[in-house]
Design a protein around this ligand. Structure first.
Ligand SMILES: [Zn+2]
Length: 162
């Protein structure tokens, strides 16, 4: 198998949009970890969920298989890799920018050596105010929590990173 076959498979897998935030691809989000093509043309894709137990992973898995099969790849397997855990460092700058434009607060970087305190406040993606509060642990999907800004009163989704 040539390098270009690998690069093409990786590019195809990388165009798969996130089912919840269709402006972002799984490449932008850093969900796509690795793509391998063996000498018989079988494709093995590794993805890491942004939030463990995220139900969107099943949809992503199916979409990756479909995208590769459409490009002529057969025997596509998708493996969920849970360790090391996904971090916001894996998101591309482009991905963070698109997420903000879409009106979702990008996940905050995890402080070194500990879980994120729940009192952590998020910056409002509409007006930029840090005066926000969590309304619900679960927003429009299980991967997001619902927040509201105390200044402009706009609700917004926060992408859970843990
Ligand atoms: Zn606001």
């Amino acid at each position: 198998m040539t390098v270009s076959t690998y690069a093409r498979a990786r590019a195809v897998a990388g165009t798969v949009p996130d089912p919840e935030i269709p402006v972002l691809t799984i490449e932008d989000l850093g969900i796509l970890r690795d793509v391998a093509v063996d000498d018989r043309g079988r494709v093995h894709v590794q993805i890491t969920p942004t939030y463990s137990g995220c139900p969107a992973m099943d949809a992503i898995r199916a979409d990756v298989v479909e995208a590769l099969e459409r490009e002529g790849y057969a025997a596509v397997t998708v493996e969920l890799v849970l360790s090391p855990a996904w971090t916001t460092d894996w998101m591309s700058e482009e991905g963070k920018r698109k997420l903000e434009e879409y009106g979702i607060a990008p996940p905050s970087p995890l402080p070194a050596g500990g879980p994120v305190p729940l009192s952590l406040s998020l910056r409002c993606p509409q007006c930029g105010s840090p005066d926000t509060r969590e309304l619900s642990r679960f927003g429009s999907t299980a991967c997001k929590s619902l927040w509201v800004c105390n200044v402009c009163r706009e609700p917004f989704d926060h992408f859970k990173s843990i």
